[in-house]
Design a protein around this ligand. Structure first.
Ligand SMILES: [Zn+2]
Length: 283
């Protein structure tokens, strides 16, 4: 599943090819995604110019400006697309004339012979209009801070966890606490910080939460950097986005030896998610 680093990698990969470009054609081959493609999608997009791409949690934000003197919709001259990759979605750059593959559902053709192409075999992703800005859209308004931003720190985790018996791993994966810390990154960060994923969130000290925040940043930043090394795939159109390929310490390694102490990694279920950890190194 695309997680925050994959979405950020996607944003960085496609931005140089589409920013400032005008959308000249829109092709929707399959509009029945998790949320149906809006009825006015094609009509509003053709002629619009793409602004600087942004990301909030796992949403890619594509701002649009109406063509000179034109209108993007009923009243405004600007709008933003909110794109979620769901379980199996990917956005990549294709060249004009490059034939769509199976599950290539949407093409935004921009001037200069480039296509922004959406591929999604399971169709759990969607694209929709942002409603009332990043601060107001109902899908974004309750989200916690970005993990790589200044507003996310050990103090926040400490404060929000007091009195809570919930295990620290599902606590971290709660989007209202912090966004973008999925199963892989939560497991890896807890290992780096030496914290047992089963420990009650409310029983962890401020100092340990500060170490955990540093570990989360380290794991996510490494994953984004790693994604960046495979960005060529976006332009050549030969591969999938740069999924997380960094060396994993615990995720998916249960039964194998801990890289730190050599002990056997254990598997436990927490909040219906498999969690691998080292009983010796994590307390
Ligand atoms: Zn160990």
């Amino acid at each position: 599943m695309p997680e925050l680093p994959e979405v950020e990698t996607t944003r960085r990969g496609i931005a140089p090819h589409v920013e400032g470009r005008e959308i000249v054609e829109v092709v929707v081959r399959q509009g029945r995604l998790r949320v149906p493609v809006p009825g006015d999608f094609v009509e509003r997009l053709v002629g619009a110019r793409i602004g600087p791409l942004a990301r909030r949690a796992k949403y890619l934000l594509i701002p649009l400006r109406a063509a000179e003197g034109g209108k993007l919709g009923e009243v405004s001259s600007s709008a933003t697309l909110l794109w979620h990759l769901g379980m199996s979605g990917s956005l990549r750059i294709a060249r004009l004339g490059e034939l769509p593959r199976k599950h290539d559902h949407i093409d935004l053709v921009v001037d200069g012979g480039v296509i922004l192409r959406y591929h999604d075999p399971r169709r759990f992703g969607f694209v929709d209009w942002l409603v009332g800005g990043v601060e107001c859209d109902p899908r974004l308004v309750r989200l916690g801070p970005e993990p790589l931003s200044e507003t996310f720190d050990g103090e926040r985790l400490y404060r929000l966890s007091r009195g809570r018996r919930l295990a620290v791993k599902p606590f971290l994966m709660d989007n209202a606490v912090v966004v973008g810390v999925g199963n892989i990154y939560a497991a890896e960060a807890l290992f780096l910080a030496g914290i047992d994923p089963r420990r009650a969130a409310g029983r962890i000290s401020l100092e340990r939460y500060e170490r955990l925040v540093a570990a989360i940043r380290e794991v996510l930043a490494a994953a984004i950097t790693q994604g960046g090394t495979t960005l060529r795939d976006f332009v050549s159109g030969t591969g999938e986005p740069g999924y997380f390929k960094q060396r994993l310490n615990v995720y998916g390694r249960h039964g194998q030896a801990c890289r730190r102490c050599g002990g056997e990694l254990r598997l436990v279920n927490l909040g219906q998610r498999a969690s691998v950890f080292c009983i010796e190194c994590q307390h």
